[in-house]
Unconditional design. Sequence first.
Length: 277
Amino acid sequence: MNNIIEINDFSVPELDIYARTSEVQLLRYNEPSLGLFIAESPKVIERACSAGYEPLSFLVEHKDLEGEAKELLDRFPETPVYTAEYEVLVRLTGYALTRGLLCVMKRRVLPSTGEICKDARRIAILENVVNPTNIGAIFRSAAALHMDAVLLTGGCSDPLYRRASRVSMGTVFQIPWTYFDKKISWPEDGMKTLRKLGFKTVAMALRDDSFSIDDPQLHAEEKLAIILGTEGDGLAAETISDCDYTVKIPMSHGVDSLNVAAASAVAFWELGKKQNF
């Protein structure tokens, strides 16, 4: 394969993206054009490619050239593939690779809120969730447990960050998502937008004056937007007061809260049942 390039010099500019560029810098790499992101592991990269994202180069461990990555790499015979032994790749990137494969990809224009909500009946709203691992886990649950789309406020971590997309197992490329428009203030204008789209809003919050998550009134709603808040503090008080419902997950053994990713799975499973079963 003519596109296989052995890594002999860490300083070559073609490797800057893997070795010397932060994820925030990647996001702004081609400004004013769309930026880049790095996807990790064959499954995640395959799902990104299937969703129409364009690979610009690959970084692959020697053993995977004829192993797990071969079928994927064969689909892109003109795309540069940089390769070395595992230890060399760890020194280059500064972290241990999952399944020995990275890929630099072009970002795409995000859809509008109206576009992804047009035919949706159950959507997830993430308010200032900053941990990429939690973002990835929430996306995986949303895709698996009957959410039609995910909307994020501007304070959320980027779903295309390497760790987020890896933890999601590539589901960030399977479920529609976008950020609220920067011109829309959250929660005031964001709530108005959701109501114009026909959604009733559900605040997942630790309040005693709340609905049970299995309340028939919730399941009877044609459209629900399930809103989850940041790690630690949860949803802002203003967000909770603006919502149509406040819902608390009942817990036992004196446990007073769940991690936001765990809470999302419970909420999506229970409140997402209407449209699928």
